[in-house]
Design a binder for this molecule. Structure first.
Ligand SMILES: Cc1ncc(COP(=O)(O)O)c(C=O)c1O
Length: 300
């Protein structure tokens, strides 16, 4: 039978990058998974995004710990030990020209006939790719970014770094359509997180962070930010943060592996505090930069 073209074309070409798929390194545009992969059918898998500075993964131990936690939460056996993951990640980094990269890794429950219950004896699918690390622009750092508040309608296991991100995609898209960089999510009057970031609030000189419970992802940058606040003696409270406190904040920040810590200077079109990145953010951004600089010296 003759193959029929679907007429589908890619809006953007697949970048010339190397992928890792189930034991093989190959060009990204040649990597294929069967349509019955449970990642494709059910979103049944977990992932990590690891920033790389000067060819060394930043906070790798913490990322691998969170990966293990996510895998355990969905009852999926870890396909590699830490040394195995580390070696694969190093090889993937070495395939690419950029000193600073963003490694994406993804494990699904593998290929099986479509049935909601878990199949037995199926090998997980392991996929990785890496691109240039794209940190916020100079303008975003200098001026801060805008956010849109939205009700958090996602499921109740946001602590699992699940590849099923439809809720997050819908929320981010609504923010982008409103001309914003990120959504700030509230559930029943309480701050949770962003569509793809954690959110911090500064109120009267105190850094406030919602607790890392089942309603947010325990961000590696979130943990770093709290750790740096404690190390440097910045008052920091990890506790539920109300929507009213967030709206009255002197400063609001977002944090993620590819944004580091970024000031949100407009919320729903209104200025946050003075409408410019605040002094506490300036201080934290310097501490974060010092951490990533310390890493740079250790490039391999
Ligand atoms: C929903 C969500 N929360 C928080 C984060 C921040 O996590 P990390 O600092 O580990 O990048 C992310 C990152 O992608 C995310 O998707």
């Amino acid at each position: 039978m003759q193959a029929v073209s679907t007429g589908q074309t890619l809006a953007a070409p697949i970048p010339a990058q190397t992928a890792y798929l189930n034991g093989e390194f190959l060009p990204l545009d040649q990597a294929r998974v069967p349509v019955l992969d449970r990642g494709f059918i059910f979103g049944d898998g977990v992932y990590e995004v690891i920033p790389v500075y000067d060819r060394a993964p930043f906070r790798l131990e913490e990322h691998l710990r969170r990966l293990k936690r996510s895998l355990a939460a969905i009852a999926l056996t870890n396909p590699h030990d830490d040394a195995g993951w580390s070696a694969l990640i190093d090889t993937l980094i070495a395939h690419h020209p950029w000193p600073d990269q963003s490694v994406y890794l993804h494990v699904t429950r593998g290929v099986a006939p479509r049935n909601h219950a878990f199949p037995e004896g199926v090998k997980p699918t392991v996929f990785m790719m890496s691109g240039a690390l794209r940190l916020p622009s100079e303008a975003e750092r200098t001026m801060g970014v805008s956010a849109l508040s939205l009700p958090d309608f996602r499921w109740l296991r946001c602590d699992i770094k699940s590849i099923a991100l439809l809720g997050n995609c819908l929320l981010r898209q609504a923010a982008v359509e409103a001309g914003c960089k990120e959504a700030i999510l509230f559930r029943d009057g309480w701050l949770t997180e962003g569509a793809a970031s954690n959110i911090f609030v500064v109120s009267h000189g105190v850094l406030l962070a919602p607790p890392a419970d089942h309603l947010i992802l325990p961000g590696i940058t979130y943990e770093l930010t709290i750790e740096l606040a404690r190390t440097h003696g910045l008052p920091c409270e990890v506790r539920p943060v109300s929507e009213a406190e967030t709206r009255a904040a002197d400063e609001i920040w977002l944090s993620s592996s590819t944004n580091e810590v970024l000031a949100i200077t407009r919320l729903d079109g209104k200025p946050v505090g003075g409408g410019m990145p605040g002094p506490v953010w300036q201080q934290m951004a310097q501490w974060v930069a010092a951490s990533t600089r310390a890493q740079r010296g250790r490039g391999r």
